[in-house]
Write a protein that binds this ligand. Structure first.
Ligand code: CUA
Length: 171
């Protein structure tokens, strides 16, 4: 009899092991899919890009003027790469509408001027906390033209629910 119990236990172990394998495969496939769809994002550290006035992904939020965040929006670097600078503040994103081209990698840098905000670009996996004094960076290729809402998903005060923006992807 004790042997039978032992067998039953083994069978349960196999079932759980099987479930774990299935879940791992699912997660693995999800990661691959997010890479392929070009929405993989890297958070923090400025994404390895050097930004004037930013050291190790950190800046002085009182001295934004010394950084590219002084002129928010998209810019094309001399080497042809695209970088966008977005400022979050109570209760708006600057620029309110960020226009980017389809099919080209864009590195988006976001910082906050006051309190902690969120930056989520709907329809992508860009979703991060935006902390004053820090820069969150993502590199993404938007596959096709369209419009994505950007929302603040960290409660930041009375205007939190109106803190909305947009990324417009142009052909
Ligand atoms: Cu900004 Cu909520």
């Amino acid at each position: 009899m004790p042997r039978l119990e032992h067998h039953t236990l083994k069978r349960y172990e196999s079932i759980w092991f099987g479930i774990a394998v299935v879940i791992s495969l699912f997660l693995f496939v999800s990661v691959i899919v997010s890479f392929i769809s070009g929405t993989y994002s890297a958070i923090g550290g400025g994404g390895g890009h050097h930004i004037t006035g930013v050291t190790n992904g950190r800046l002085d939020p009182r001295n934004i003027a010394a950084t590219p965040f002084a002129k928010p929006g998209l810019r094309e670097n001399a080497d042809g790469t695209l970088e966008a600078f977005v400022v979050a503040k109570a209760f708006a994103f600057d620029p309110p509408v960020l226009r980017v081209p389809a099919g080209r990698p864009v590195t988006i840098h976001v910082t906050s001027l006051d309190v902690m905000h969120g930056y989520e670009v709907e329809g992508t996996n860009i979703n991060a906390s935006v902390i004053p004094g820090q820069v969150a960076s993502f590199t993404t290729t938007f596959g096709r033209p369209g419009s994505h809402g950007t929302i603040c998903n960290e409660y930041c005060g009375t205007g939190h629910h109106n803190m909305l923006g947009r990324v417009v992807v142009e052909a």
